[in-house]
Design a protein around this ligand. Structure first.
Ligand code: SF4
Length: 424
């Protein structure tokens, strides 16, 4: 979502005549798009903006702004706490950027953090040239109020974009060369077109019919709302990729109840079983929080055992941290940083073993890969993604970039696969 908002900011700035600088010290304007979902992310913003102070002293005309969720949460406090900061803009203030920048250029420091709107999502794409892959927001906000989460407070309540507007944007992107589109929403399963009552599976099927589009992914899906209809559309639409992010957060029923997630371990596992029955090649990803207040060693071990039981392909794992407004911040029995760090390390070590084992099982398969560009480690190698979203590196000529190729997998590593290009 933040990446998408950054692209929106880039589009607005391009219209104002800005061009991208190669490095911060060459810039006349530095905007930070921030996240506040974890305390660590929030701290990083303060230290990054703090480190820009000498640059601002050398270049007084430089405008420094902070936007996104931390800006929404902190507002005026950020301006007060950081004297060399020129501007703060919230999650729903992007359209005001031109005016805010004009004020900053006149030396008027401003914080603009309107409450996230309750209906509608502003027109999102302005003057952007898409690459091979693009993102499209279908809904924003969240009504779930999980007890640890700040999102409903900084992103507001759930609201969906009208289906015709989404279709128009997807068609324009496909026509401009985007071949893979990822649909975004805090909980895409809550999508509902206000006029036609079209739901997310219906929207997905409709988007899959857009000419020129090859691949379709989406994120994120709340496990309690994953429906049999969505599974059917995923299984029947060739363009919908075999990848699903289904954040579980904990393997312990006690912790899941305290998190107010609306499902228990058994129900989560039943959903996984149902989806794997229809999509046996699906790559499943998840999120886990360790060290939720009161999480016992036994609770934590339930999370560890869930990893092995499900065999997630990829996992985003985090230490619990108190977030403003979130109910869990008022709970007692907070765990020490040391315990949280130890549990996180153990969880990540287990996940590395699982990812490696899954990736080794891919050896010998032939995968359809969308070639994205040179591999990170270069040396004439190319990189792309399989249908399941795994990174595949292989040797091949540059003219393959932007196309689909077949690659025979020869080696599985923790975070990627290596392969050999099949006959062209
Ligand atoms: S579903 Fe829960 S964790 Fe996800 S954004 Fe909503 S409140 Fe936060």
């Amino acid at each position: 979502m933040n990446e998408y908002d950054s692209a929106r900011m880039a589009g607005i700035l391009a219209e104002l005549g800005y061009a991208q600088a190669d490095a911060p010290d060459e810039a006349d304007l530095i905007l930070l798009n921030t996240c506040s979902v974890r305390e660590h992310a929030a701290h990083k913003v303060y230290s990054y903006v703090g480190a820009l102070k000498p640059l601002k002293e050398r270049k007084p005309h430089l405008i420094i702004g902070v936007g996104g969720c931390l800006a929404q949460q902190e507002g005026q406090r950020l301006l007060k706490g950081i004297p060399h900061l020129d501007l703060v803009f919230g999650t729903d203030a992007l359209d005001s950027l031109p005016e805010l920048l004009a004020d900053a250029a006149r030396g008027r420091r401003r914080s603009h953090t309107p409450r996230p709107r309750t209906v509608g999502i502003p027109v999102l794409r302005r003057g952007l040239k898409p690459g091979l892959k693009a993102m499209v927001t279908v809904m924003q906000g969240c009504d779930n109020f999980c007890s640890y989460c700040v999102v409903p407070y900084v992103r507001g309540r759930e609201r969906s974009r009208p289906a015709p507007e989404i279709m128009e944007e997807v068609a324009a992107l496909a026509q401009a060369g985007a071949r893979e589109i990822t649909l975004l929403g805090q909980n895409v399963n809550s999508y509902r077109d206000a006029e036609s009552r079209l739901d997310f599976p219906g929207l997905l099927a409709r988007i899959a019919s857009v000419p020129g589009l090859w691949r379709l992914r989406f994120t994120t899906s709340h496990p309690k709302d994953l429906s049999p209809r969505l599974i059917e559309v995923m299984a029947s639409e060739e363009k919908v990729m075999e990848q699903l992010h289904l954040p579980v957060q904990s393997g312990s029923d006690r912790v899941l109840a305290a998190m107010k997630r609306g499902y228990d371990r058994g129900r989560y596992l039943a959903k996984v079983e149902a989806i794997r029955e229809r999509l046996p090649d699906l790559a499943l990803g998840s999120d886990i929080i360790v060290g939720f207040p009161g999480e016992s060693q036994a609770d934590f071990e339930e999370s560890l055992s869930l990893l092995s039981l499900v065999g997630f392909d990829f996992l985003f794992s985090f230490k619990y941290s108190d977030r403003p407004h979130a109910k869990a911040s008022k709970l007692k029995n907070k765990l020490s940083e040391e315990v949280k760090a130890r549990r996180l390390n153990a969880l990540q070590a287990r996940q590395r073993e699982i990812s490696l084992a899954i990736h080794r099982q891919q050896v010998g398969r032939v995968e359809e890969v969308l070639v994205e560009g040179p591999a990170k480690k270069g040396q004439g190698r190319l990189a792309g993604r399989s249908r399941a979203g795994r990174t595949v590196n292989f040797a091949g000529p540059d003219e393959l970039v932007g196309g689909l190729v077949q690659v025979a997998i020869t080696e599985g590593l923790v975070n990627s696969l290596k392969g050999r290009l099949c006959q062209l």
